[in-house]
Design a protein around this ligand. Sequence first.
Ligand code: SF4
Length: 74
Amino acid sequence: MASVNVNCTVNNCYFWAKDNMCSADSILITSDSATNEHPSMTFGQEEEGNLVQSIGTTPARSITDTACHTFKSR
Ligand code: SF4
């Protein structure tokens, strides 16, 4: 699987690292509409694969419609 560098400015996240880099091994991002349908959704709540499969696909209309669900407050 290809690896990518994730740039993130959410500096109060446990996974946030120097120079606005994400240090998580993997992250989950969905559309805001999916969040509204699953309001308690967090990455650690279920096994990663099960959670991703249960959500399915969640197209977004614009950048403001997406969010990272791996966020964990410091
Ligand atoms: S887990 Fe999400 S919110 Fe946290 S640093 Fe990584 S990309 Fe940003």
